[in-house]
Design a protein around this ligand. Sequence first.
Ligand code: HEC
Length: 101
Amino acid sequence: MKVAATACLVLLLPMIAAAAPNAAEGRKLVEANHCEACHQGKFSGPVGTIYLRKDHKVANWAKLKSQVAMCNSQLNLSLFPEDEENIAAFLNATYYKFPAK
Ligand code: HEC
């Protein structure tokens, strides 16, 4: 029984690791897609002002993901859902700090 449980964990862990959003990838995507150039044009201040301004829109993890998806489709960036997930993870780790889903 114990052996089976351990084997199960060993098999599952790499899958969990692969599925977990990757904030470092997200950071690269945010840079590659010039997200902040536009944001800073609209909301002056240091990088991240848009996410931290008093009346910012995103209030939880689900909204963060849908906002990233919305910017993606509106701007025709052709990001994959996986990219959006990584970007959301990066923005959350850096700015929003919502509790883990
Ligand atoms: C062409 C300009 C532009 C680009 C490029 C852009 N955005 Fe935005 N983004 C906006 C504007 C404008 C808002 C504010 C919308 C509002 O407050 O109604 C916004 C808001 C956001 C918010 C919500 C901030 C908050 O909490 O209020 C997130 C998250 C976001 N953008 C992510 C991204 C990401 C990620 C990218 C790059 C993949 C990106 N945006 C690229 C214009 C842009």
